[in-house]
Design a protein around this ligand. Sequence first.
Ligand code: URA
Length: 188
Amino acid sequence: MDTWEKLKADCRGCQACSLGRTRKHLVFADGNPEAEVMLIGEGPGEQEDLQGLPFVGPAGKLLDQMLQMIDLDRSRVYIANIVKCRPPGNRDPLNIEQEACRPWLDRQIALADPKIIVCLGRIAAMALIKEDFRITREHGQWFDREGRRIMAIYHPSALLRDPSRRPETFMDLRALRKEIRAVCAHTY
Ligand code: URA
C-alpha cells in the first residue's frame, strides 16, 4: 500500500529527467493532503525552486487572492504541479519531463483522492483533461476523469500578464465554489 511517507521518500532524490540536475529544491506540494479539492499547476518558478514550495512567487500571491475570493485558503486545498523541478528560465516543461514526473503526480492524486481537480493553466489541462485542450475556449468547463470532476482556469501568471482575463476567471471560481458545494462532503 502506498503512503505519503513512502511517496515523499521515493520522490526526494528523483533524477528521472534532466531537471533534477539544475533544481535547488524539488517542489513536492503544499496545502492539505486531506482536502477534497486539488489544484495542479505547471511547474516551479524561481521562488518555488528556492523555497521548495509551490506557488510562493508573484503568481502564488495572486492564487491566494483568487482562493480567498471564494472563501478558500491553503488549508482547504492541496496544491501540486505537473513537474516537481524548475524548468530553466521558466520555459514550459517538455513532454519528456512531464512524462518522467507523471508517476509522482499520479501517486499524489491517488493518495489525496480529491473529488475535484482544478488545472491551473493550459499545460496542466493538456496533461490531465485532454491533449488538445484549448484554454481560451474551454476554461471553466467541467469534465469527468476517473470519477473526479475536473476543470481548468487561466494560470495566475497568465492573469498577471493579461488582467482582462480576470472577470472570466472570477466566473470560473464561482463555478468551482458551486461544484464544491454540490460534491464535497466538508461543510462549505
Ligand atoms: N507556476 C506554477 O505552475 N507552479 C508553481 O508552483 C509556481 C508557478
